[in-house]
Design a protein around this ligand. Structure first.
Ligand code: HEM
Length: 493
């Protein structure tokens, strides 16, 4: 896929930035998992957190996870593009890293110390009506998120600008030259997918910034008031897109790297261009399914939400699933850790996506809305989709282009522990959802329907046991990753 002449020194510098991102992720991710563990232990009545702490943990966990996963997904794209396709400005890369890190630490301060506990969705006018935390923690958290948003926007705009220059025009990044007659330069699939992911990302970050600035203004001028429906639309547009964009960044790496294992080209053609361009359009409207229960939302928007949710799920997923099957079928490739994780990541995307589709069906949503079915489906494609893509990429990065093809017994052992733990943890969410256990409840003791209370509490305890397995799996994978990294560093020294 490489179309770039790049010196070893330049490559080393880009690799260093990628490794800094990777190590930061490896520190932050288990800490956020531990917050999740505490929440499930509290719901299972094994530990006792006061309500404010529970919701502060949930806020940090949700925003932190979404932020760190997007950051690493973007950093991975940056590394692949800067070492294979076109030069990127390393200074901009470090600016993004440092600003996101400052934002992340500020968010941790606002939530874990300041007890800002409005959830990632900050359901307006929640922080201004009966909040149990001080105004400064709302301000610190909002500024933290704005900082991260600015960093991501700068990074995305730089990357898209460099790609536009490299391919002679923005529409060429979307593959429109494939729809015209005549010859043209081949477009790497990762460029098409990065563009489809990152442009809606720009809209999302702008919507998020507007919404956060409105919150911030009201903290300084309490007489201000905004339309709650507008605030909710902005928040869910931002949140829904961020998660989708993160997933597509991870899918982009799989398109780019899988051919190195199967020795088969995964090329862009008309079908791929039509599918990803359609997705580009559909995902912008799919977020409307988050507002099905908002009676004030115009009815036509609810129908648009239903139709676009179905449509957004089909083209990119279908073309990618066919693509991956075409890649691996009879390819005689060795099942080293990267293809294994990529395939399981695709599986997580498909399973979680299907569960989400079930939930976006209005007739079913009436029953499942605000039950643990909702965290079940998005945790499936984030934990068993995005996180597996990320670990596949980390193994690739730490092992190097040759090392990644070698046997990796320890890494695979960690991977299986992680997969078993994660699916067990997710199953408890799904079973809770089917049994009507509500989401976002610090514990279930106040629920009057006895079976819901009992089921919710028991399943939360089982879930906690599976989380221990996840942490063990992580530990084993870390052992393998650091062994690979130090071996490589020694060899290159
Ligand atoms: C092993 C890993 C994880 C564990 C143990 C975990 C655990 C939890 C728990 C217990 C909740 C509260 C659910 C409720 O009662 O409503 C939660 C919420 C949440 N989690 Fe995770 N989680 C994990 C991974 C992730 C990942 C990878 C993401 C990526 C985006 C994520 C994002 C969120 C978000 C956004 C919420 C808030 C949901 C809401 O507003 O209802 N989590 N998580």
């Amino acid at each position: 896929m490489s179309t770039l002449e790049i010196s070893q020194v330049e490559k080393k510098k880009e690799r260093k930035l990628a490794i800094i991102w990777a190590v930061t992720f490896m520190i932050v991710f288990p800490l956020l998992v531990i917050l999740g563990l505490y929440m499930r232990l509290n719901q299972g009545k094994v530990v006792e957190l006061d309500y404010t702490k529970f919701y502060a943990f949930m806020t940090m966990h949700g925003l932190g996870m979404a932020g760190v996963l997007f950051s690493v997904a973007f950093a991975g794209l940056w590394y692949l593009i800067s070492t294979r396709i076109t030069r990127l400005n390393l200074g901009v890369g470090y600016f993004v890293y440092v600003t996101v890190l400052i934002g992340f630490l500020a968010l941790a301060y606002g939530t874990l110390i300041g007890n800002f506990a409005a959830g990632w969705y900050m359901l307006y006018p929640l922080p201004f009506k009966g909040a149990s935390w001080a105004t400064w923690s709302t301000q610190v958290s909002a500024v933290a998120l704005i900082l991260m948003g600015i960093a991501w926007l700068v990074g995305i705009l730089h990357l898209l600008y460099a790609l536009t220059k490299r391919y002679g025009g923005f529409f060429n990044l979307l593959g429109w030259q494939y729809l015209r007659k005549g010859t043209h330069e081949k477009l790497p699939s990762v460029v098409l997918i990065a563009t489809v992911a990152l442009i809606p990302g720009i809209f999302a970050f702008l919507a998020g910034a507007v919404m956060l600035i409105m919150y911030l203004l009201q903290t300084f001028e309490p007489s201000l008031a905004f339309n709650p429906l507008l605030m909710k639309n902005l928040t869910f547009f931002f949140g829904h897109m961020l998660v989708n964009v993160t997933l597509y960044c991870g899918v982009g790496w799989v398109y780019a790297l899988m051919p190195e294992f199967t020795k088969r080209e995964w090329k862009v053609d008309k079908v791929v261009v039509y599918s990803w361009n359609a997705t580009f359009f559909f995902i912008v409207f799919a977020y409307l399914h988050h507002l099905y229960m908002d009676f004030a939302q115009p009815r036509s928007m609810q129908y648009i939400g239903q139709i676009f949710s179905y449509m957004s799920a089909v083209p990119a997923t279908a073309v990618t699933m066919f693509g991956i099957i075409a890649q691996v079928y009879h390819s005689k490739m060795k099942w080293s850790i990267f293809p294994l994780m990529s395939l399981f990541g695709m599986m997580g995307w498909a399973i979680g996506g299907f569960a989400a589709l079930v939930d976006t069906t209005i007739a079913i949503n009436v029953g499942l809305h605000n039950t643990l079915w909702v965290p079940a489906h998005f945790h499936t494609y984030m934990l068993m989709g995005v996180v597996l893509f990320i670990f596949g990429y980390l193994f690739y990065l730490f092992s190097g282009e040759e090392g990644i093809h070698l046997k990796n017994v320890t890494g695979k052992a960690g991977f299986w522990l992680f997969v078993i733990g994660a699916y067990g943890f997710l199953l408890m969410f799904y079973l809770s959802g089917i049994n009507g256990v509500p989401r976002r409840f610090a514990d279930y003791q106040g629920i009057e329907a006895g079976h819901v209370k009992e089921t919710g509490t028991h399943l939360a305890r089982y879930a906690a046991m599976f989380i221990y397995l996840i942490l063990l799996g992580l530990l084993v994978m870390y052992w393998s990753l650091f062994a690979k990294l130090t071996r490589r560093q020694k060899a290159s020294a």
